[in-house]
Write a protein that binds this ligand. Structure first.
Ligand code: MN
Ligand code: MN
Length: 307
């Protein structure tokens, strides 16, 4: 039985491409590892997979009884159903560690870099191996996605160097390809409000308080703000279904690198404290904020902890 490698629910480009890349590395090391996904891929990831002619990984609903490797996440609320009944062999990630409990020792590789694919490139190198041309292209896509084309504050020197090396292996110009890929990810036209919110939604547990934070990239925030009332009603549904205190939906402009947040639930006080801005008509301006991991979750955590 193959070992399964996967990233988080509501997969993004890093989650999908790092699972594929890590499976390739393990294969080269003689292990039977298969990349899988926990949900539908987004438009940006589809663009990357199509561009480098790679099939999307198979969908898996439940991992009970399987041997598994986690990439690009570790929080219980973001991983697969059946996690408690699976055997976790490895973890490769670049997020905070939270609510991650397993029964047995495991191999863990974590670094505070901008993207899981950057860590995986290092793991290739440590084994004197090089990713295939296609896989290098996917790993580059993951770095571009997670660092918003090397502009997010999460981006490190390691990510920039890895992106350059991967671009050379893949035979693409990171800037030119990257902008095309990010723009493909902003094609939101036909999406319903529920789809928009679920595209990149994560729930977090902070000091016993559960919150939801979703993010979407755009070049035209007006078309999303037109749907504000319907988005809020979807967010309220998720709040009651998942027992959340509040929900923050972040609309990030990939050209200006600023965001606007839509707030639902009991979040105004916490959000105003976290970002030192007023919530007005359920909206909040988040100037210069592009990274949920580095610019949203840490201030929310501080604000919740000081309640
Ligand atoms: Mn991710
Ligand atoms: Mn990532």
């Amino acid at each position: 039985m193959s070992i399964l490698v996967f990233g988080h629910k509501n997969p993004d480009t890093d989650t999908i491409c790092s699972a594929i890349a890590y499976a390739e590395l393990k294969g080269k090391l003689g292990k039977d590892v298969k990349p899988v996904r926990l949900g539908e891929i987004n438009e940006e990831t589809k663009f990357a997979l199509d561009y480098f002619k790679v099939e999307k990984p198979e969908l898996v609903e439940n991992v009970a009884g399987k041997k598994i490797i986690l990439v690009d996440h570790n929080e219980r609320t973001q991983t697969a159903d059946g996690f408690e009944e699976a055997k976790v062999l490895e973890l490769v990630d670049h997020h905070r560690i939270s609510n991650f409990n397993v029964d047995e020792p495991l191999t863990v590789r974590m670094s505070p870099v901008g993207c899981t694919a950057t860590i995986i490139l290092n793991l290739f190198r440590e084994n004197n191996l090089v990713p295939s041309k296609k896989t290098a292209g996917l790993m580059l896509s993951a770095i571009i996605s997670d660092t918003l084309l090397f502009k997010s504050p999460t981006c490190t020197e390691h990510d920039i160097k890895a992106g350059k090396a991967l671009g050379e292996i893949a035979g693409v110009d990171p800037q030119k390809y990257g902008l095309e890929m990010l723009k493909a990810g902003t094609a939101l036209g036909g999406k319903s409000e529920a789809e928009l919110i679920n595209m990149d939604m994560k729930t977090f547990e902070i000091d016993g308080v559960k919150v939801g934070v979703a993010q979407v990239n755009t070049v035209n925030e007006a078309e999303l703000l037109e749907k504000k009332e319907k988005l809020i009603s979807e967010m309220n549904d998720i709040i009651s279904k998942d027992g959340l205190k509040f929900f923050l939906f972040i609309i990030t402009n990939i050209l200006s690198n600023d965001s606007i947040g839509i707030v639902a639930g009991e979040g105004n006080g916490i959000i105003e404290k976290a970002f030192n801005v007023k919530v007005e008509n359920s909206l909040v301006t988040l100037k210069g904020v592009v990274s949920r991991k580095k610019q949203v979750i840490p201030p929310l955590t501080k604000a919740i902890q000081s309640l």
